[in-house]
Design a protein around this ligand. Structure first.
Ligand code: PMT
Length: 399
């Protein structure tokens, strides 16, 4: 059975001359066992008749929001049906609407209403493809997690030669296959993820904490579960909901996190430590609320265990992934932690940067590997970064 068998795919077809190639894409998807629904924009119908898709791929075709309804809210039904929304060809217009959240026809409304990943195969004239506004829209979509199949170079319908051709249908189908293969890439693996900050109690009402919300670690845990892993999420306090299919262990302090992580360590294939762990805790926790007095209050802090360092010392078969939260000398400090903690790779974020680090939905990171390699990634959604981290991890686990 191939990676597409039984997968629910919505194929969006927009109004470019390459729309005719989408017929072959639909036919190949169907032959590979996908359960297919097609949505055509009005422009697409000027190039190819809906009947062609219905006959070639035996797939229901939606052409308008306003036709005879098969379902009382058809776009929601399609949005919920989709495990993947593949748009081929994706015109500059569709890309701009999707980037802006415009929902003015069946396809764009489904795109807005779905939680399924988006895979886009842009096709257009070279100047339109290279125009700053299209590139900005592509960047906005990829930052939100959309995947792009880059257009091929060659003769275009407008007579020009350059980038903008729709890739061959076989290549588009391979990209969909690769997407679903990735979703199974951690099947049978046990992965421990830590997330959020720790709280170190001063007295019954106060604690020393940090600004971690858990978003980064929760995205990693959710994506690992989607890719088939058995996920244990050791989490500091956060209002975030437990991702589907994830076993969550709640902790408060660094010492509680230490105990929970060490208890699970022997049975896991990998650990990803996105939590922001307090290096110090108050030397004493007052039994009752500390009352204010006129003078200053001096706190004595004592060292917490370095959980990741301990894991590095006890490492046997496990892959260890750390995060480094820095505000300066990011590369040097991150590389230092990579070596000292015996990690396989470390994801370094400059938490002083806007839109990166604590609390926000995006991150901007460099990844440093034990073999000396380094990667710089653009600003992207934490969900998309989770995918990259897990791609790298899955590759290492395979070896
Ligand atoms: O949760 P969000 O709001 O989404 O924010 C995400 C994040 C900024 C918290 C995340 O991207 C991040 O950088 N996490 C690591 C924070 C951190 O504690 O970094 P560090 O450089 O101090 O520690 C390095 C590594 O050692 C980390 O993997 C950390 O989990 C681990 N560590 C640190 C101290 C300690 N006592 N025990 C540890 O295991």
């Amino acid at each position: 059975m191939g990676a597409l068998a039984g997968r629910r795919i919505v194929l969006g077809v927009t109004g470019g001359i390459a729309a005719y190639k989408a017929v072959e894409v639909a036919s190949r998807l169907k032959k590979a066992g996908a359960e297919l629904r097609v949505i055509m924009t009005r422009g697409a119908q000027s190039f190819v008749a809906p009947l062609t898709f219905r006959e070639v791929a035996d797939a229901p075709v939606a052409t308008t929001m306003w036709g005879e309804p098969q379902h009382h809210v058809a776009h929601i039904a399609l949005a919920e049906f989709a495990e993947l929304v593949l748009i081929a060809p994706a015109t500059a217009n569709l890309i701009a609407k999707a980037a802006a959240g415009i929902a003015d026809d069946m396809l764009t409304t489904t795109v807005l209403a779905t939680r399924a990943p988006l895979l886009l195969a842009p096709a257009m004239n070279t100047v339109m493809w290279e125009s700053p506004v299209t590139q900005e829209n592509i960047h906005r979509l990829t930052a939100r997690g959309a995947q792009i199949i880059p257009p091929a170079e060659g003769f275009l319908a407008c007579g020009a030669v350059g980038a903008g051709r729709l890739p061959e249908p076989a290549e588009i189908v391979r990209a969909a296959e690769a997407h679903f293969a990735r979703t199974q890439s951690l099947t049978g693996r046990r992965i421990l993820v830590t997330a959020a900050g720790t709280e170190e109690p001063l007295d019954p009402v106060r604690y020393l904490g940090n600004r971690s919300t858990g978003r980064m670690g929760y995205e990693v845990a959710a994506e690992a579960a989607r890719r088939g892993a058995e996920v244990i999420l050791v989490s500091g306090p956060t209002p975030l909901a437990t991702p589907a299919g994830v076993q969550r262990v709640d902790v408060r302090s660094a010492r509680e996190m230490y105990a929970a992580v060490l208890a699970a360590y022997d049975g896991v294939d990998a650990v990803i430590k996105a939590a922001a762990v307090a290096d110090y805790r108050p030397a004493e926790t007052a039994e009752h609320k500390i009352k204010k007095s006129d003078g200053e209050l001096t706190l004595t802090l004592t060292r917490n265990p370095d959980i990741l360092y301990e894991l590095g010392q006890k490492k046997r078969h496990q892959i260890l992934v750390g995060f480094a939260a820095e505000t300066q000398n990011v590369a040097d400090y991150a590389r230092g932690k990579l070596t000292k903690k015996n990690l396989d790779f470390i994801v370094a974020n400059n938490v002083a940067e806007e839109n990166a680090g604590f609390g926000v939905a995006t991150n901007h990171v460099q990844i440093f590997y034990a073999d000396g390699r380094a990667e710089e990634h653009p600003l992207m959604a934490k969900a998309a970064l989770a995918g990259i981290i897990l791609d790298r991890l899955a590759g290492m686990l395979r070896k």
